[in-house]
Design a protein around this ligand. Structure first.
Ligand SMILES: NC(=O)c1ccc[n+]([C@@H]2O[C@H](COP(=O)([O-])OP(=O)(O)OC[C@H]3O[C@@H](n4cnc5c(N)ncnc54)[C@H](O)[C@@H]3O)[C@@H](O)[C@H]2O)c1
Length: 294
């Protein structure tokens, strides 16, 4: 299959690599040209990149080399979309921006291509609202790091066709992931659960009930989560997390999603999460609060 990925940041890179590893041709584009260079380097040498996958025996040398050959950078959306069967947008979590990107995709992508958004919290129906054909627009929500997480949420907007959902389900299975299908409600399934945990963890911290390290340990050792809620937030990116909560609050009006003050402070001061994964970040929760994970 031919896949186009628009927005080659943290998630776009991971998604492109997953499709390339499964024998698809992937064209990637980003409005920030530097992101294209950095992204290709990360696909090769990043913590979950091709080199690491070969070292762990998950890919052979030849499969690794083929994966990198299968990712092509394009300087325009139009070029990236040439002949695409599926276009996935992974630009910033901003409704107007995504609506604009989708409008452009409607103009330049093949008329039978599926148009998918990797949004975590914005409504698919809203993202598609200004298009003339909304039936082929759906959510395809990958989880960070997409090279190793098995879940993809497929989100059905109000006007998404059943055939688009079926096609997306098959594509997700083809890349070795397990799809779940969710209705287009704020947070879908996984983020509504994940952000609920994060909000409660933030309240525990605010109320000084336990240290950040111990709150993370509680979920890792007590519930076998691979990462605690703060470690997860650092991995996801604190700016992304802030935008996710703002989007949920805006859509639901429910005060339970009002972002924690400390999160906003961190983002304002440039603490955007794990500095090894987030270019330009001063660090995440552990750096900001001067704690170290055990
Ligand atoms: N970070 C996560 O863990 C995570 C997990 C699942 C889903 N998501 C979702 O994925 C999307 C991207 O998140 P991210 O963390 O990869 O963000 P990011 O900031 O790392 O990357 C976004 C990229 O989009 C590019 N971009 C912005 N406007 C563009 C445009 N008009 N055309 C082309 N490129 C453009 C930016 O230059 C940037 O490189 C968001 O919708 C987010 O909610 C994020």
């Amino acid at each position: 299959m031919k896949i186009a990925v628009v927005g080659f940041g943290m998630m776009g890179r991971q998604i492109a690599q997953v499709f390339a590893q499964h024998g698809n041709e992937v064209a990637v584009t980003d409005e920030n040209k530097q992101a294209l260079t950095t992204g290709i380097d990360e696909s090769a040498n990043g913590p979950y990149g091709v080199r690491a996958a070969v070292a762990k025996g998950k890919l052979t040398q030849e499969e690794g080399a083929q994966t990198l050959r299968a990712i092509r950078t394009a300087t325009t959306i139009e070029d990236a979309c040439q002949g695409a069967n599926l276009v996935i947008e992974a630009v910033f979590e901003d409704l107007r921006l995504k609506q604009g990107v989708l409008r452009r995709l409607e103009e330049v992508a093949p008329h039978d291509a599926l148009l998918a958004s990797n949004t975590s919290t914005l409504g698919i129906t809203k993202i598609a609202s200004t298009l003339s054909n909304k039936e082929r627009v759906l959510g395809m929500h990958f989880f960070n790091p997409a090279q190793v997480t098995k879940l993809v949420e497929i989100v059905k907007g109000e006007l998404t066709s059943s055939s688009a959902i079926q096609e997306a389900t098959k594509i997700v299975q083809m890349i070795g992931k397990t799809p779940i299908v969710a209705r287009d409600e704020p947070g879908f399934v996984a983020n509504r659960l994940g952000l609920t945990l994060y909000m409660e963890a933030s309240r525990l911290l605010e109320e000084d009930i336990a240290s950040i390290r111990d709150i993370d340990q509680a979920m890792k050792l007590g519930y076998n989560h691979p990462l605690g809620p703060f470690e997860t937030a650092d991995l996801v990116g604190l700016d992304t997390r802030l935008r996710n909560l703002e989007a949920l609050y805006e859509q639901t009006g429910d005060e339970k999603w009002v972002p924690p003050k400390v999160l906003r402070e961190m983002v304002n001061q440039g603490y955007l999460g794990d500095a090894t994964r987030r270019a330009g970040s001063r660090g995440g929760y552990y750096t900001y609060l001067g704690a170290k994970p055990r």
